[in-house]
Design a protein around this ligand. Structure first.
Ligand SMILES: C[S@@+](CC[C@H](N)C(=O)[O-])C[C@H]1O[C@@H](n2cnc3c(N)ncnc32)[C@H](O)[C@@H]1O
Length: 289
C-alpha cells in the first residue's frame, strides 16, 4: 500500500470493533470504547443508525467476511498479553502495523512500555482522531513510523527506547497478508534474533485458496478483489501445516502454535448464536522464542 495514505482496512477493523459494542449484546467479546471515535465521520454516521448499519454490514459481509475475526483476534492477543503481564512485573508491548488499535489508551498498567509502529499515513490519521477525541498520548507510548518492506526494525525501535533485555509481546495482527513473503520472513527473523527468550509474537495469516472448498474460494476471491481495489492487496498466504517451514527458517521461534478459526469459535463464541461465525480463511499464530 502507499505509505503516505491512511489504511482503509485499518478503519474497517475499527468499524468491526465499534459495531461489536453497538450492535451485539453483552457479554462482549472485546470492549473497545474508542473505536467509534477512531473511524471516519461517514462510518460513525452509519454505525449509529442501526437499520442503515445492518444493511451496509450485510452487503459488506459478501466482500469482507472477516469482521468477527477482527473482534476475536483483538481479544485473543490481549488475553495473551494479560497472561504475560500477570507473570512479569515489567514488559514491553509492540504493535506492528498498529492501525486504530486503542490498547495504549485503555491500558492502566504503568509498568508496560508500548510501541506502535505503522506507515506514516496511518499514523497521521490516527493521531488526528486521537487529538479530536481529546485524550493525551500516554507517557509510556512511543509511536514510530516504519515500513516492513524496508528499514531496520531493531535499530528503529532501540532508538526509540526499546529495551532488548525486557520480555516483549509483539502484536502483528491484520498485517502479514498485506506484505511480501520476504518482508514477513525478514521481520520474523530480525525480531527473533534480538528479543529475549520467552518473548512472543502473535500474528494472523490467510490460508491459500488450495485449502478451501469451491464456495469458500469464491468468497475469498471476492475479498481479494475488494481489498486490491482499495489499494491494499493481500499477497501472502500460508498453509498452517507448512508455515513454520516457510517463515521460521532459522527455527528462532522455538514454541509455535497455530490456532484455527474453529478453535477460536469454540473458545470465544461457544454456543452463542447471536454472533457471526468465523470464516475458515484466517488463522492465528502464537510463536514464542
Ligand atoms: C488491517 S490493518 C490492522 C491494524 C491493527 N493491527 C488492527 O488489528 O486493528 C493493517 C495495518 O498494517 C499497516 N501496514 C500495511 N502495510 C505496512 C507496511 N509495509 N509497513 C508497516 N505497516 C503496514 C497499515 O497501515 C495498517 O495500519
Amino acid at each position: 500500500m502507499n505509505p503516505k495514505k491512511r489504511s482503509k482496512t485499518a478503519e474497517i477493523v475499527a468499524v468491526s470493533r465499534a459495531r461489536h459494542l453497538l450492535r451485539y449484546s453483552s457479554p462482549h467479546i472485546f470492549n473497545d470504547p474508542y473505536a467509534i471515535n477512531l473511524v471516519g465521520s461517514k462510518w460513525r454516521f452509519i454505525l449509529k443508525n442501526n437499520v442503515l448499519d445492518k444493511f451496509i454490514s450485510n452487503k459488506l459481509s459478501h466482500f469482507f467476511p472477516i469482521m468477527m475475526q477482527h473482534v476475536i483476534r483483538a481479544r485473543y492477543v490481549e488475553d495473551e498479553l494479560e497472561k504475560m503481564q500477570k507473570e512479569n512485573k515489567e514488559i514491553q508491548y509492540v504493535l506492528l502495523g498498529a492501525g486504530y488499535d486503542s490498547f495504549a489508551y485503555r491500558n492502566k498498567n504503568k509498568n508496560i512500555k508500548i510501541f506502535e509502529l505503522d506507515l506514516a499515513g496511518s499514523i497521521k490519521s490516527k493521531q488526528e482522531k486521537i487529538k479530536k477525541i481529546g485524550v493525551e498520548t500516554p507517557k509510556n507510548l512511543k509511536v514510530i513510523p516504519f515500513n516492513f518492506e524496508m528499514g531496520n526494525l531493531q535499530n528503529t525501535i532501540e532508538k526509540n527506547g526499546f529495551d532488548r533485555n525486557k520480555l516483549t509481546m509483539f502484536n502483528w495482527m491484520g498485517v502479514s497478508y498485506y506484505l511480501s513473503t520476504p518482508a514477513i520472513i525478514k521481520t520474523l527473523n530480525e525480531i527473533g534474533k534480538f528479543v529475549i527468550e520467552g518473548s512472543q509474537i502473535i500474528f494472523d495469516f490467510t490460508i491459500p485458496k488450495t485449502l478451501l472448498t469451491i464456495k469458500e474460494k469464491e468468497v475469498f476471491t471476492k475479498m481479494l478483489d475488494w481489498v486490491e481495489k482499495r489499494g491494499e492487496p493481500m499477497i501472502s498466504h500460508f498453509d498452517p501445516k507448512k508455515i513454520e517451514e516457510k517463515l521460521n527458517t532459522n527455527s528462532i521461534w522455538k514454541k509455535t502454535k497455530n490456532v484455527s478459526p474453529s478453535e477460536l469459535m469454540k473458545k470465544y463464541i461457544g454456543k452463542r448464536n447471536d454472533l457471526p461465525k468465523l470464516t475458515p480463511l484466517l488463522w492465528i499464530a502464537l510463536w514464542e522464542k
